[in-house]
Design a protein around this ligand. Structure first.
Ligand code: GTQ
Length: 360
């Protein structure tokens, strides 16, 4: 997708047979390529260029915090974000071929001004209190563990009127949208009157109670491609995980964040889930097509990704590239937020997942 080639010229193949060699020269001159020389393209299974990698919370927070003093928010796209660059992607600023992940830092009194883009974004709040995001005019207070959506083309801005720095993870489908050459971006005028009531309209309409959605003439028309609920509160996720583990008596459970009005993921390109493992649990070894980004919210443990082993503490972020077998083990109770491009693969009938080994 990121597909940067060193030169803009079409590759010229060579052959010891002079006739074939000259034919290859003529092909290249006309920007044509012999498929029979391109056999390596057809790997028997996905061979990810992206590599398994873990970024430590301590490094992310220290480096994001230093940018807080060094980099005014006006510079560089109106956002103070450090992007997690997968070392396998040849210098591209992406965590995976389809996903951007960054740590965003907003200091007390700062405002990241409104803009919109066709890339879809989500924020998973890591630390701080008192800041809010505005999505299409609806103000959403942010607290740690909350998931906030800014679907493609929604206008969004971030305010921190509080007295603590605010830190969160951004995940966007940006490289996918860039690869499809479908990125639009525009800055938008701010509203100086913007305020933040304690609850967003989105929550009052769609997040009031599990299983209840508004119907009838008084309900605002809604038929967008993404969930109309734009924030999933940690208090709800936490309670759902507790109840799930109690109901199943299992030592591990996962909930998926979904559009409450339809049987869909939260956004067309991004799947979001939260896993809780009890202390001492080890999950099954599995693999799937597409890329997954994991963020540790609470607890400590270990992630095994093929031959890579990463110890984990709260705030660590790691990436599982396509078809890499992985499993987690928990030292303490472990809460992990997972986001992936699975809805894209499912929509294109490319999603495959298998369990390599059962949990222990
Ligand atoms: O907060 O709007 O990490 O536009 C990358 C692009 C965050 C944002 C990112 C963005 C934003």
């Amino acid at each position: 997708m990121i597909g940067a080639t060193d030169s803009m010229t079409t590759k010229r193949y060579t052959s010891p047979d002079p006739e074939l060699d000259s034919y290859y020269g003529d092909l290249a001159a006309k920007d044509l390529q012999p498929l029979w020389e391109l056999g390596e393209m057809f790997t028997s299974e996905p061979k990810a260029a992206a590599v398994p990698h873990r970024w430590r919370a301590a490094d992310l927070h220290e480096l994001a915090g230093r940018a807080g003093n060094l980099v005014p928010i006006e510079r560089g796209g109106d956002r103070r974000v450090i992007g997690l660059a997968n070392p396998g992607l040849g210098g591209a600023p992406f965590i995976a071929p389809s996903l951007w992940a960054g740590v965003q830092f907003l200091m007390p009194g700062e405002l990241a001004p409104p803009h919109r883009h066709t890339a879809a974004a989500l924020r998973f709040i890591l630390g701080g209190r008192g800041a809010y995001t505005v999505v299409d005019g609806d103000s959403i207070p942010m607290t740690p563990g909350d998931l906030v959506l800014t679907p493609g083309w929604t206008v969004h801005e971030h305010h921190n009127p509080g007295d603590e720095p605010m830190v969160w993870l951004d995940v966007l489908d940006l490289p996918l949208v860039i690869g499809l050459e479908a990125l639009f971006f525009e800055q938008r005028p701010g509203n100086p009157e913007q305020r933040c009531p304690p609850r967003s309209a989105s929550e009052m309409l769609y997040g009031q109670s599990a299983g209840l959605v508004p119907v009838g003439n008084q309900t605002p028309a809604f038929d967008g491609p993404s969930s109309p609920l734009t924030v999933y509160r940690w208090t709800d996720t936490d309670a759902a995980l507790d109840a799930l583990l109690e109901a199943t008596s299992a030592d591990e459970g996962t909930v998926r964040f979904r559009d409450p009005t339809r049987a869909r993921d939260v956004m067309p390109t991004l799947r979001c889930e939260m896993t809780r493992m009890r202390a001492g649990a080890t999950g099954c070894t599995q693999r799937q097509t597409g890329s997954q980004v994991f963020t540790v919210l609470n607890g400590s443990g270990r992630a095994q990704l093929a031959e890579h082993s990463f110890d984990l503490t709260a705030g660590d972020i790691f990436v599982v590239p396509s078809w890499v077998p992985w499993h987690l083990s928990a030292d303490t109770q472990l809460d992990v937020f997972v986001t992936s491009d699975a809805p894209v693969l499912e929509a294109l009938a490319l999603f495959r997942r298998d369990q390599v080994e059962a949990s222990r």
